[in-house]
Design a protein around this ligand. Structure first.
Ligand code: NI
Length: 188
């Protein structure tokens, strides 16, 4: 997920298409229109060296793109894991995540996605979530998340089921956003 962090004392990062292209040569972030983003990811069976290398690469991509979250399926690996790094927070790894509880209270927040660079949309989601996931060491954790972390977790969990944030917009808003996205793509 690529978020507007202005509310969290960080300015919105501008998209660097050159950086996107450079990293794409090594580990490509799939963008909207690629059907691989729509597949349902499969559980991770072993947290092995392969997962470790993928995680290292994913953190590099996240840093390069100034994102806050990235799911494995976004780099073409349909396995159930994602990473987050929000502001000065420690980087986090979520493997085989399962949301077990969500708050009744909802929050409105502007979301973006590294698979749809350059566009953002207001999305309503539960304000808090409780989930279970394994970390990079395989330890099963129960995590209570609030604020932007809760938001990113929900956005990334959606990726694991082939859902994108634009799916949550009204048809009209989605069309408007996709038109803008197409224009940005042809302009670069
Ligand atoms: Ni995303």
């Amino acid at each position: 997920m690529n978020a507007n962090l202005s509310a969290f004392t960080m300015r919105r990062r501008t998209l660097n298409w050159k950086a996107v292209k450079l990293y794409d040569e090594v580990m490509r972030v799939l963008t909207f229109g690629n059907e691989a983003l729509r597949q349902k990811s499969e559980p991770v069976e072993n947290i092995d060296g392969e997962i470790e290398s993928l995680l290292a690469g994913m953190f590099k991509i996240l840093e390069r793109h100034k994102g806050v979250g990235l799911a494995a399926v976004q780099i073409g690996i349909p396995r159930r894991f994602f990473i987050t790094r929000i502001g000065n927070d420690a980087p986090r790894v979520f493997i085989n995540p399962l949301i077990i509880e969500t708050s009744g209270e909802l929050a409105d927040y502007e979301e973006g996605c590294l698979s749809l660079p350059g566009v953002w949309g207001q999305i309503m989601r539960p304000k808090m979530v409780r989930l279970q996931a394994r970390n990079e060491k395989g330890k099963l954790l129960t995590i209570d998340a609030d604020g932007i972390l809760a938001r990113v977790i929900q956005h990334e969990c959606d990726h694991l089921d082939g859902t994108l944030f634009i799916d949550k917009l009204s048809a009209l808003k989605r069309e408007r956003l996709l038109n803008k996205y197409e224009k940005l793509k042809t302009k670069k």
